[in-house]
Write a protein that binds this ligand. Structure first.
Ligand SMILES: Cc1ncc(COP(=O)(O)O)c(C=O)c1O
Length: 446
């Protein structure tokens, strides 16, 4: 007989794992209040716990108090958006039920929810289906894995402006990586790709710019919205006789332009892809980690990246093992906004970037790299280096990007609450402070 007392009292267990909604609501309200002050975290974990309320008070300032406000009018920097509040509640639900989509018996409805979200998104990109993943790094890797399995391809070709996750995926999958120089605008040219494919054909002299590529063994990656400048590759390179073994479109950033009747043509040709990656935690305003990998023939692609095992009820699909209900916040957002609401937000983002372009063009002290292709603008102060400007900025946040040996300021219109005038004024004011500090006449940076 075991007369040891239980390690934890039943009422304590209930308080921890079966909290009253009112208690949770009070804790959420406290965490979201503006009064979070930073408390010192212990260097070493003590024996006795501090209790839930105190623990949350300790953690909150590190997550919330010191966090950059992505919805600040002066924040026009990265691809990280502020999130709409229904996603906060849906994320709480997903955490509180902790369903694992790997096991249908723990998550029958959450699996259905994910299927439904994928069904809503797939037609937007002219794909037949897919699944959710924690980011486009994983979406790209999954797509290239399916491509390798189904085509036997040995090379991944992408522009030098493609995201580093493509190089990582090629390395992980043991595929050769062929980098192609884009046009000056930063986009991959269909003519250049077709030329490389043609030069690998028997009887071709093979002479011309860049290495020849055999389309039969090449997975071609086109980027819809490059990370640096938002450029959009010609999305149907190598159509016809020189179609690559697989065409993957990395639409991590600019994919949501497909929701916009005004801008969707910018991604024309995406329907010819074999696979598409889109980060929902970028221009679909989701909390991290949320993205989708879609396939033209999802059934076939899913079979290629599924592994069965004795303890599983259904084969494990894709790269993840355990996988939570990240569909919940995405479903809540898509239902709350509808197609029209998403379109409105994407159009608004493009308008914010257009306004930034106008302000830059109207100001002789500023210059920009190129047009607004997809809500990303690379720009600079003509008289001061971008690193110095950024270090001097107050009341605004921009990122930077190196292009051709020069550092540019970079603004991404992921923040629907951004005010481009605030950002431009802050950059000009930073320049004036630098002028005064350097006490020298203004001369354009060479
Ligand atoms: C074009 C592009 N592809 C892929 C990624 C990687 O996406 P994630 O950060 O969702 O893994 C990014 C991220 O910025 C990106 O810009």
């Amino acid at each position: 007989m075991n007369d040891q007392p239980p390690h934890v009292l039943a009422e304590d267990l209930r308080a921890l794992f079966r909290a009253e909604p009112e208690a949770v609501a009070a804790a959420v309200a406290a965490a979201l209040s503006d009064e979070a002050t930073t408390l010192e975290l212990p260097g070493r974990l003590a024996g006795p716990g501090v209790g839930a309320e105190r623990a949350l008070a300790l953690v909150t300032p590190y997550v919330r108090g010191a966090a950059r406000d992505l919805g600040d009018p002066g924040f026009l920097a990265h691809m990280d958006p502020p999130t709409p509040w229904p996603t906060w509640v849906a994320t709480l639900l997903a955490a509180s039920t902790n369903q694992n989509l790997l096991h249908p018996d723990t998550a029958p409805a959450a699996r259905e929810l994910e299927r439904r979200v994928v069904d809503w998104l797939s037609p937007v990109f002219a794909m037949s289906g897919g699944h959710l993943v924690p980011g486009s790094t994983v979406a790209n890797l999954t797509a290239l894995w399916a491509a390798r399995e189904l085509t036997g391809a040995s090379t991944v070709a992408a522009s030098t402006s493609s995201h580093l996750s493509i190089r990582k995926a090629a390395a992980i999958l043991g595929l050769r990586y062929a980098a192609i120089e884009p046009t000056v605008d930063g986009a991959l040219s269909a003519a250049d790709v077709a030329d490389r494919f043609a030069r690998s054909a028997p009887g071709s002299s093979g002479r011309g710019g860049g290495t020849a590529l055999d389309p039969r063994t090449t997975i071609l990656v086109a980027t819809a919205g490059t990370t640096g400048t938002g450029a959009i590759d010609e999305l149907d390179p190598g159509a016809g006789a020189h179609r690559p073994a697989w065409l993957h479109v990395d639409a991590a950033w600019a994919g949501p332009l497909r929701f916009s009747r005004r801008h969707r043509h910018r991604l024309d040709g995406i329907g010819r892809a074999d696979s598409v990656a889109v980060s929902a935690h970028k221009w679909l305003f989701q909390p991290k980690e949320s993205a989708v990998v879609l396939f033209a023939d999802a059934e076939r692609a899913h079979r290629a990246v599924s592994v069965d095992e004795a303890y599983l009820q259904v084969p494990n699909l894709g790269l993840l093992g355990s996988h939570g209900a990240t569909a919940a916040p995405l479903a809540a957002t898509l239902l709350a906004l509808g197609l029209d609401g998403v379109e409105g937000l994407v159009d608004h983002g493009m308008a914010v970037a257009d306004r930034l372009v106008e302000l830059i063009d109207a100001e002789p002290r500023l210059a920009r790299f190129g047009p607004n292709h997809s809500g990303v603008v690379a720009w600079r102060h003509r008289y001061h280096g971008s690193a110095a400007i950024r270090a001097e900025l107050a009341g605004a946040v921009v990122s930077t990007v190196d292009i051709g040996g020069r550092t540019w300021l970079r603004s991404v219109a992921a923040n629907p609450l951004a005010d481009p005038a605030t950002v431009v004024s802050a950059v000009l004011a930073a320049g004036e402070r630098l002028d005064r500090a350097e006490a020298r006449p203004q001369r354009p940076e060479s």
